[in-house]
Design a protein around this ligand. Structure first.
Ligand code: PMP
Length: 286
């Protein structure tokens, strides 16, 4: 089956798809993106992803490329044409194509839209979740607006590479006061000694994760105590449990930080319970 990608109004085989070399996404990382889980062929938490997309575009003063309804049809068509039942949808919107110059181009420049869908091996992901992942801490060297989901991901690339070279699957970024901000591509959580879940409050220092937000709904439904506050690396090392959240992994247990086992070195009980019931509260598209 030929995989197709949506580029500016057309569904094209990958070999025929491309973006102009003067695209501002390519030249300045002047672009935002979303990643959405595909579960049973349906989009998970589409409304929240669309809300965040609009918020990111607004923050950068990039126009919404089409109505939310039209965009929703494109997303569905990409999933359908690629016959993805379990996987990820990737959507990127750039400020468009213009001769290279830093200030914004004129209003006549239309945003570039790219959307693709990719299968994920469910068995592999489940195996990863039952083993749990290792995390390496790295200094957070990103900019002051980490709440905007831009494609300016070089600090995340470098941190993830350093983690991978150390046998870890995620990097936890640490601010100058020694507090964890978030994962390189996930939000960071611990279960403290009293059994409360702890995660950093939203603000400019972290991306407001859609999975994080939906998990908050689950916690209130399950009456699980939550503390939205920053936690230090030392506190994480002595936590009962730790995990990350993201659209690509939902709730993923962390069993080691900097090679130090967390809790008993196995995925935590509460973490696995939250993982198993996460989709009960997530929105599934039609
Ligand atoms: N933080 C960062 C820096 C991320 O890149 C991601 C994943 N896109 C997340 C958090 C998790 O966000 P979500 O739950 O919306 O995937």
């Amino acid at each position: 089956m030929t995989r197709v990608v949506y580029v500016n109004g057309r569904y094209l085989p990958y070999a025929q798809a491309g973006v102009n070399v003067e695209d501002r996404g390519f030249q300045f990382a002047d672009a935002i993106y979303e990643v959405c889980e595909i579960n049973g062929g349906r989009l998970v938490d589409e409304t929240r992803h669309m809300e965040r997309l609009e918020r990111s575009l607004d923050a950068l003063r990039i126009a919404m490329p089409m109505s939310r309804r039209a965009l929703g049809l494109v997303l569905r068509e990409v999933v359908r044409r690629n016959r993805v039942t379990t996987g990820l949808l990737y959507l990127q919107v750039t400020r468009g194509v213009a001769p290279r110059d830093f200030p914004f181009p004129g209003d006549d420049v239309a945003p570039t839209v790219v959307c693709l869908a990719r299968r994920v091996d469910d068995a592999k992901r489940a195996a990863r979740a039952s083993a749990g992942i290792a995390v390496k801490t790295m200094p957070d060297i990103r900019w002051g607006r980490c709440d905007i989901k831009t494609v300016m991901l070089l600090p995340a690339v470098l941190a993830k590479e350093a983690a991978a070279e150390d046998g870890a699957q995620e990097a936890w970024l640490v601010d100058s006061d020694g507090f964890v901000t978030e994962g390189a591509s996930s939000n960071a959580w611990i279960v403290d000694r009293s059994g409360s879940l702890v995660t950093r409050p939203t603000g400019n220092a972290i991306l407001p994760g859609v999975t994080r937000r939906t998990l908050l709904d689950l916690l209130s439904r399950e009456k699980i105590p939550l503390l939205e506050r920053a936690f230090s690396v030392d506190e994480a090392l002595s936590a009962r449990e730790a995990f990350i959240t993201s659209a690509s992994g939902t709730v993923m247990p962390v069993v080691a930080i900097n090679k130090v086992p967390i809790g008993n070195g196995h995925p935590g009980e509460l973490t696995l319970r939250l993982r198993s019931i996460f989709h009960q509260v997530a929105e599934l598209s039609h």
